[in-house]
Design a protein around this ligand. Structure first.
Ligand SMILES: *Cc1c(COP(=O)(O)O)cnc(C)c1O
Length: 417
C-alpha cells in the first residue's frame, strides 16, 4: 500500500466512495440494510467513551448514571417491541452483545457445559456458522447434531427434527437460519423442545424486523431464549440482543459480562434503543410488510423467467436461486453469477443450496434479499424490471452495454446519507 494512502483524509475519501458505491448499485445482500441517520447518530456520540462494565445500577465504574438510563431505555424498548405487556414480567432483556455471534456464544456458555449436545440447522442447509459448524468455537466445544431441509421440497421437516430430538436428547435446540425463505414454526419447535426436555433458542437474526413488523410469527411464548442481530431486517446499528425467560436472565447476564465480553459499547446501545423505538412505529410495520411482498414478487418474476427458487418461493425477505436447476444456467456457479452481477451493478452473495455438489466458495446458488432496497424505496412494481436485469446479465454471461441501465435504476432508490 502506498504510504500516501495511510492518512486520515484517505479514510474520509474511502467512506465517501463507499456511499457512492452503494448509490450506484442495487443491493440485494439479504443480511444488509440501511439504518436511518437518526439511528446512526448515537454511534458517533461521546457515550462510546464510557466504561460501564456491569449492568444498570450495578457497574464496576463510577460516572454511569447517564448511561444507566440509556441502557434501561434500550432494555424496556426491546421488551415493548417483542413482548406483550402482560408477559413482560416473565422476560429479561440483555442489550449488550456486540454482534449476533457474540450473543449466541454467550447463550451457549451460560446454559451449557462443554460436550453438551446442540441440535441445529446445518450451515449447508441454511443454518449459521455459530450454530455448530466445525470451524466455529460452537462446533469445537459442543456435540452437534444437525437437521436440514427436505431435499425435494426445500422445507424444514418438523417430524424429522422431532425424531432427532428424541434420539439425541440435546440440551439445546436452535431454531433459526441465514438462508431459509419460509416461515419458521416456532410453536412446533417449542413442542419438540419441551418433549425432549431441551432449551429452545430462537435465533431471529434475519427475521427480527419482520417479527417486529408483524409479518412473521413471534417465538415469544415458545422459546426459552431469543437472540438476534439488530442490523438486518430490524434496520438498527450493528449489534445484537438476547431476550430470555426471567429465570435464565442471571446466567445470560453473567455469560455476557464477565463471561465473554468486557465493557459494553454504550454508544451502540444508545443507537439500538433508537432502533427499538422506531421499529414500534406504524411506518416500520408498513416497511416490513412491503419487504415481504417485494421479495415474493421478485421470486415470482424470476420463476416466470425460468429460475428455480428453493422451496418454490418466499414468506420472508429473502430467497435462494438454485442455478443448477434453472434451464440454460445449469453450468453457471454461484460464484460466477455473483461476479457477473457485481460487474453489472447488482450486489448479492453466492450461497450453497441444500445438497449443493459444489464447494462452499463456489456454490450452485445465489441468495437474494430485499430489506435494503425496500428501505431505499423499492416496491413490488419495480421487481419485473429488476428480474429482467438479473436474467439479462446471467443469460448473456457478460455485462450488457446496451439496452439496460442498471445504474439509472439504482439511482432511483436513494441511499440514506
Ligand atoms: C447474521 C447471523 C448471525 C451473526 O451475526 P453477526 O452480527 O454477523 O455476528 C447469527 N445468527 C444468524 C441466524 C445470522 O443470520
Amino acid at each position: 500500500m502506498n504510504t500516501k494512502t495511510l492518512s486520515v483524509a484517505s479514510i474520509a475519501q474511502l467512506l465517501t466512495a463507499e456511499h457512492t458505491r452503494h448509490q450506484n448499485t442495487i443491493n440485494l445482500i439479504a443480511s444488509e440494510n440501511y439504518a436511518t441517520a437518526e439511528t446512526r447518530a448515537p454511534l458517533a456520540s461521546i457515550a462510546g467513551t464510557k466504561y460501564a462494565e456491569g449492568y444498570p445500577g450495578r457497574r464496576y465504574y463510577a460516572g454511569c448514571a447517564v448511561v444507566d438510563e440509556i441502557e434501561r431505555i434500550a432494555q424496556q424498548a426491546l421488551l415493548d417491541l417483542f413482548v406483550p405487556k402482560e408477559l413482560q414480567a416473565e422476560y429479561h432483556a440483555n442489550v449488550q452483545p456486540h454482534a449476533g455471534s457474540s450473543a449466541n456464544l454467550a447463550v451457549y456458555n451460560g446454559l451449557l457445559k462443554p460436550g453438551d449436545t446442540i441440535l441445529s440447522m446445518s450451515l449447508a442447509h441454511g443454518g449459521h456458522l455459530t450454530h455448530g459448524h466445525a470451524v466455529n468455537l460452537s462446533g469445537k466445544t459442543y456435540a452437534i447434531v444437525s437437521y436440514g431441509v427436505d431435499p425435494d421440497t426445500g422445507l424444514l421437516n418438523y417430524d424429522e427434527i422431532e425424531r432427532l430430538a428424541q434420539l439425541h436428547k440435546p440440551k439445546l435446540i436452535i431454531a433459526g437460519a441465514t438462508a431459509y425463505s419460509r416461515t419458521i414454526d416456532f410453536a412446533r419447535f417449542g413442542t419438540i423442545a419441551r418433549s425432549a426436555n431441551a432449551f429452545l433458542l430462537a435465533d431471529i437474526a434475519h427475521i427480527a424486523g419482520l417479527i417486529a413488523g408483524g409479518c412473521h410469527p413471534t417465538p415469544v411464548g415458545h422459546a426459552d431464549i431469543i437472540t438476534s442481530t439488530t442490523h438486518k431486517t430490524l434496520r438498527g446499528p450493528r449489534g445484537a440482543f438476547i431476550l430470555c425467560k426471567k429465570d435464565l436472565g442471571g446466567k445470560v447476564d453473567l455469560s455476557i459480562m464477565p463471561g465473554t465480553q468486557g465493557g459494553p459499547f454504550m454508544h451502540a446501545i444508545a443507537a439500538r434503543a433508537v432502533a427499538f423505538l422506531l421499529a414500534q412505529e406504524q411506518s416500520f410495520g408498513d416497511y416490513a410488510k412491503t419487504v415481504c411482498s417485494t421479495a415474493a414478487t421478485l421470486a415470482h418474476e424470476l420463476q416466470s423467467r425460468g429460475y428455480h427458487i428453493v422451496s418454490g418461493g418466499t414468506d420472508n425477505h429473502l430467497f435462494l436461486v438454485d442455478l443448477s436447476k434453472t434451464p440454460g444456467l445449469e453450468t453457471l456457479s454461484g460464484k460466477e453469477a455473483e461476479q457477473l452481477l457485481e460487474q453489472a451493478g447488482i450486489v448479492l452473495n453466492r450461497n450453497a443450496i441444500p445438497g449443493d455438489t459444489r464447494p462452499p466458495l463456489t456454490t450452485s446458488g445465489i441468495r437474494i434479499g430485499l430489506a435494503a432496497m425496500v428501505t431505499r424505496g423499492a416496491k413490488p412494481a419495480d421487481m419485473a424490471q429488476l428480474a429482467t436485469f438479473i436474467d439479462t446479465v446471467l443469460r448473456r454471461r457478460e455485462t450488457p452495454t446496451t439496452g439496460i441501465d442498471i445504474r439509472a435504476f439504482a439511482h432511483r432508490f436513494t441511499v440514506p446519507a
